[in-house]
Write a protein that binds this ligand. Structure first.
Ligand SMILES: C[S@@+](CC[C@H](N)C(=O)[O-])C[C@H]1O[C@@H](n2cnc3c(N)ncnc32)[C@H](O)[C@@H]1O
Length: 373
């Protein structure tokens, strides 16, 4: 965990400048044809080969994107000895026998932000210790940015980010919201979000550890955003992904609580996978969770998979996250177990998309809107 109280803000500013000055930016990654949100494990050795650590950009890319291990003399080309000591102290870097360095966390550039999260993919594979942690902090990913690029981004007073992870939704929302509260059940995620707010010099976000709406029981917001854990899981894996046996364990609670926590005219937007079950297609399934007649519901479908495609999609980590690099037996067992389960729960398809819940406006909402401007 980052020692938040001991973080030296001027050093973080300097660190951010080093990243930027050496082209470790979202735009530059795109220029090089690397979308940080679509890279797969099997791409990493090729990316490493194409972007050697001979350049300053290459050093940053190897450390913070690929999770490579670099010799001290290479890291010294970019960072002064004092900076390296500071990066070790705040637990960004780790050293091995004073000779080799690696980053403990990935740093993903997005828009003007730098977002620190746990490595889910790493050039040399995740350590056993990391693979076993259920509290890995989800790094900035394709689903988070898809929500951000589709969400209603208008000026508001208050935003609530449920399951804030590394804080990406909160930190982007902080640009058009007067204040933001991010909540996560994982204390490591709260620590990462706080660190990312400091790293990006953002001061209108507060991060709290808790279970969904519980820390803000009596509060209402103009905007609620969430990218909840949504995979159908038969056993505990990671907090960021466990959606329970039907996949909607957390989604249902978010939808059910939205009305109580939205101001009139407020909007709740959630990106999620949603199952279509034989008896209940997604429309009726989600509508059943909404008891308030003043809530308007819509679902923007972005993609659809049948159960076979879905079983494949969520089993590939059995191939890449276990002891050996490929463990085909585990992968094969996982597919069978999942398909048996899908048939048992009458799952037909799995949709991916954005759920929008809007609370009807009241008479005083025009005054509120006026105040925000
Ligand atoms: C898929 S990650 C998304 C993180 C971040 N919002 C993003 O878009 O990158 C889901 C997050 O929800 C959190 N979470 C899971 N169950 C929760 C709960 N009951 N209350 C609050 N947060 C929860 C997880 O710890 C994880 O950080």
């Amino acid at each position: 965990m980052f020692p938040i109280q001991l973080i030296n803000k001027p050093f973080l500013k300097k660190f951010r400048e080093i990243l930027k000055k050496n082209n470790y930016t979202f735009e530059h990654l795109l220029e090089l044809g690397m979308n940080p949100f679509t890279v797969a494990l099997y791409d990493l050795p090729i990316l490493a080969y194409r972007n050697p650590h001979e350049t300053s950009f290459g050093i940053l890319f190897h450390l913070f994107f690929l999770g490579g291990v670099l010799e001290r003399k290479i890291v010294n080309r970019l960072f002064l000895a004092g900076d390296i000591e500071e990066l070790l102290r705040i637990k960004i870097l780790e050293k091995n026998e004073d000779k080799f360095f690696k980053s403990l966390v990935t740093i993903i550039p997005y828009q003007s932000l730098y977002l620190v999260g746990d490595f889910i993919l790493r050039l040399d594979g995740l350590s056993k210790r990391m693979k076993k942690r259920e509290d890995l902090v989800y790094p900035a990913s394709l689903d988070s940015v898809t929500l951000l690029e589709t969400a209603v981004c208008k000026p508001v007073i208050s935003t609530l980010d449920l399951g804030c992870g590394c804080g990406i939704l909160s930190l982007i929302a902080s640009k058009y919201s007067r204040f933001v509260i991010g909540i996560d059940i994982n204390p490591r995620a709260v620590n990462f979000s706080r660190f990312n707010a400091l790293l990006n010099n953002i001061s209108n976000c507060q991060f709290i550890c808790g279970d969904l709406y519980q820390p803000v029981e009596n509060e209402k917001f103009d905007l609620i955003l969430a990218n909840p854990p949504y995979e159908i899981t038969l056993e505990k894996t990671f907090l960021y992904k466990d959606g329970g046996r039907y996949g909607f364990q957390i989604l249902q609670k978010i939808v059910e609580g939205a009305s109580k926590h939205l101001n009139k005219g407020g909007i709740c937007q959630v990106i999620s996978r949603v199952g279509e079950f034989a008896a209940d297609m997604k429309e009726t399934l989600i509508k059943k969770w909404i008891s308030d007649k003043n809530i308007r519901f819509s679902f923007q479908e972005l993609s659809k998979m049948d159960i076979y495609q879905y079983a494949y999609a969520i089993s590939t980590d059995k191939l890449i996250l276990d002891e050996k690099v490929t463990d085909y037996r585990k992968y094969s067992q996982s597919i069978k177990k999942l398909l048996d389960h899908f048939n048992k729960i009458h799952l037909q398809n799995v949709l991916f998309g954005i759920i929008t819940l809007q609370k009807k406006s009241g008479v005083f909402d025009s005054i509120r809107k006026f105040l925000v401007k």
